[in-house]
Design a protein. Structure first.
Length: 193
């Protein structure tokens, strides 16, 4: 069985991106488990806090989940033509201390998807993640892009994807990433440790 940890870059209770992450988790192929991890409890990164108290427990829990998973799925909104600060803050915490980057991120299969009520489909936010992914040494999957514009027309009030073409795109996306993560996770540096 392959495992994927999914994180959503929005804290809003009615977030289209959380709706998308849940839809992707539900559409995961047999043999793949997608665990949705919350970033709500992660504090703002503060080097003084790290020096005095170490890594906060919510950060440590998420870090261990990602380190044990076959892949990381980032579902990102787009704020001011870029990535959301709460999710970048989470990744910044997860990269502390620097010695943990190898274990948590290096060679880790990663995919990025997103939804927005606007017309851009999170294109700029997804592009903004690329330097971070590269810096941390993750292995990005570019098999199918999943950028959902006009999300208010795509999801109903319960978070279900009501557009058949989008539902099919989401299914192909998660199936493709699951295959990629299962294949490449086994070849990660230190994967057998």
């Amino acid at each position: 069985m392959s495992t994927i940890v999914g994180v959503c870059g929005s804290l809003r209770s009615a977030s289209f991106n959380m709706m998308l992450l849940r839809a992707l988790a539900a559409a995961a192929p047999a043999g793949t488990s997608v665990t949705i991890a919350s970033i709500r409890e992660i504090p703002l990164y503060d080097g003084d806090l790290e020096a005095s108290a170490g890594i906060p427990e919510p950060v440590q829990r998420l870090k261990e989940s990602i380190a044990k998973a076959d892949g990381l799925l980032i579902v990102t909104p787009e704020y001011n033509n870029s990535m959301p600060g709460v999710l970048k803050n989470t990744i910044d915490w997860l990269s502390r201390p620097p010695a943990d980057v190898q274990r948590v991120f290096n060679g880790r299969p990663v995919a990025v998807a997103g939804a927005t009520p606007g017309l851009g489909g999170t294109r700029l936010s997804q592009a903004a993640w690329l330097p971070v992914i590269r810096t941390l040494g993750m292995l990005p999957w570019f098999g199918n892009l999943l950028m959902i514009p006009s999300a208010g027309k795509i999801f109903d009030a319960s978070g279900t994807i009501v557009d058949e073409a989008t539902r099919e795109r989401a299914r192909r996306f998660i199936e493709g990433f699951a295959r990629f993560a299962a294949t490449h996770s086994r070849s990660r540096p230190g994967a057998d440790q």
